[in-house]
Design a protein around this ligand. Structure first.
Ligand code: PRX
Length: 568
């Protein structure tokens, strides 16, 4: 029997108080996600249950019980407190998927500070803009990433401390740097947890838009109410599960469902901190006896590409529930997963801004391969007409995916950017920025984004960020960045570049430009193709028409461009 039982019944009788009651929370109480994910689970008698089973490169292993998590996070909290971190200070986690990332996240929350996880593959410029915007005071990192922090530290006056979690004590530290080693510290048994309330800020995740710098999505501790129940009903997590979320906590899936969801339910999760390989992944599932697996379409398509033979070499019979998020999950992938794993990958749709799953397929629900499923109980979703912002009445008609604000894990604002936040609403609807249609049975079908943001392998890339990096190179006069189709990643980044007089396009110049921007961007945002052009299509007011370039790449009809030229 699945945790959700009957979807229809749940929708009918739904109230978020179901989640509050299960968590023992009443309005006005203190609410600290850190406490819920560690101390409370120990108090419930699961202190000796494994919380985290970790495997890293070179066969490195580690595991932590819920009591270990409680102690380690207390220890991190106290360390941060001693160096002066106060509630609501932003503390950045710039780490690979090592245990300190998961433990540090909870440790930061326990003292009421705001966790700002950033993907460790970011280049120094990507790091810089995000730390500057958040006015981050502390960054927790590893030796291998500290060079990037050093490069930008002087440009961020608020950044007081750089904590290195794996320093061997050999190389000298620079001003502001300090060593923290969980192994060396005495575990802290008692910690005064900061009395955060429902609306106290908790997590700051950065996401890319079409224009402007990345936006810091501010979440609050009350998000737990949504993350707990969606993890329970959609991911169907049960007490004896071994759960594997393949997402990196530098992105929202890796925190909402790679830390908070499973741990608030007291569920064991495992983490593999090695690069992708089908063989390594199947081996991991077999070895850890993974039962619930939450992954992403690009990974699933890569597994498909690796073929079925490698699957036959492994015993994957432990798997009982599979789910996916982050990009369109094509029907072929859903059908393939049923064939090879005996289960469909169930598609779930949500965003950094929504904090938790919004549209989804549930265990037990009829699967329509290619559809994102239906709204989670308690979520009022619609597809709106793009002009009137009124719900589209006809089934199958395409419109904007929108949600009625008020669900617990909804973002509270964009950090230092209230105007952009306000622009996300129309007619009392939160506008997701995506397009979809709803069929007669209420299933949602994804169509595409309503902006120029590129979703490559589940990672949002702002064309603006890539164009800005390109423009900083001395040979680049103009650039436009669009998505280009790709078999595995669905979309990859393509750059159109106009070269300045005096420079000639050549392989050598291309290499120079790419090396130049590689330092600024994350590897995911790197163009997979660069085309040199004499000029770029522009509107009458001089704005580059990315849409025309995009249409060309996708072999779409461009139609009458005179209206486009008039666009602002
Ligand atoms: O365009 C949608 C796509 O990913 C965007 C959100 O990205 P991000 O904020 O990075 O969060 C990703 C993980 C929660 C959405 O606006 N997206 C997400 N899930 C799906 C999807 N596109 C199609 N199908 C999905 N299931």
């Amino acid at each position: 029997m699945s945790n959700i039982g009957s979807y229809e019944k749940r929708v009918k009788n739904f109230n978020w108080s179901i989640s509050e009651k299960e968590l023992g929370y009443k309005e006005g109480d203190d609410l600290n996600i850190g406490w819920y994910c560690s101390d409370r689970i120990c108090q419930m008698g699961k202190a000796n249950k494994p919380a985290l089973i970790w495997e890293g490169l070179g066969g490195k292993k580690n595991s932590y019980t819920f009591n270990d998590v409680r102690l380690a996070t207390n220890t991190i909290s106290l360390f941060l407190k001693k160096i002066g971190v106060k509630n609501e200070d932003r503390v950045c986690l710039f780490l690979d998927k090592i245990p300190e990332l998961y433990l540090g996240f909870i440790g930061i929350l326990k003292i009421g500070a705001i966790a700002q996880p950033l993907f460790s593959a970011f280049g120094d410029e990507s790091l810089h803009v995000r730390l500057e915007n958040a006015e981050t005071t502390v960054i927790i990192t590893q030796r291998k990433h500290v060079a990037k922090v050093r490069k930008i530290k002087d440009k961020i006056p608020n950044l007081k401390h750089v904590i290195i979690v794996d320093h061997d004590g050999k190389k000298p530290l620079r001003e502001g740097e300090m060593i923290f080693s969980l192994k060396e510290e005495t575990p802290v048994e008692e910690l005064e947890i900061f009395p955060t309330k429902a609306e106290s800020p908790s997590v700051l995740h950065y996401t890319s838009g079409t224009t402007g710098q990345p936006k810091g999505v501010k979440h609050v501790h009350y998000s737990l109410i949504g993350q707990y129940l969606t993890a329970k009903w959609v991911l169907d997590l049960k007490d004896n599960d071994i759960y594997w979320c393949t997402a990196d906590p530098g992105w929202v899936t890796g925190t909402s469902y790679g830390i908070i969801g499973p741990w608030s339910l007291g569920v064991t999760q495992c983490v593999l901190d090695t690069g992708f390989s089908a063989e390594a992944w199947y081996k991991f599932i077999e070895k850890q006896k993974v039962t619930v697996w939450y992954s992403a379409p690009t990974a699933i398509r890569s597994l498909m590409k690796a073929g079925d033979e490698v699957i036959k070499k492994h015993d994957l019979s432990s798997l009982r529930h599979l789910a996916s998020v982050g990009e369109p999950l094509n029907s072929e992938a859903v059908i393939w997963s049923k064939k090879v794993f005996g289960k469909h990958f169930l598609d779930t749709y949500w965003q950094t801004e929504t904090g938790a799953i919004m549209l989804t397929n549930f265990p037990g629900m009829k699967v329509k391969p290619g559809s994102m499923g239906k709204p989670f109980p308690g979520i009022t979703a619609e597809v709106l007409d793009p002009k009137s912002f009124e719900p589209v009445e006809e089934p199958g008609k395409i419109g904007l995916i929108a949600f009625k604000p008020g669900w617990p894990s909804m973002m509270r604002t964009y950090w230092n950017n209230e105007d952009t936040y306000k622009a996300k609403f129309a007619n009392d609807w939160y506008l997701s920025g995506d397009r979809a249609s709803i069929d007669k049975e209420g299933y949602y079908w994804f169509v595409g984004r309503d902006d120029d943001v590129i979703n490559t392998g589940g990672h949002l890339v702002s064309p603006f960020e890539v164009e800005s990096a390109l423009l900083e190179h001395e040979a680049v006069a103009e650039s436009a960045v669009v998505a280009k189709p790709d078999e595995v990643n669905m979309e990859v980044v393509k750059a159109f570049v106009v070269i300045k007089p005096g420079f000639e396009p050549s392989e050598e110049l291309e290499l120079k430009i790419m090396n130049f921007i590689r330092k600024k961007l994350s590897p995911l945002a790197m163009p997979q193709e660069t085309e040199y052009v004499d000029s770029l299509p522009k509107t009458r007011s001089g704005k580059i028409m990315r849409r025309l370039l995009h249409a060309k790449e996708w072999g779409e009809e461009i139609g009458d461009t005179s209206t486009l030229e008039d666009e602002e």
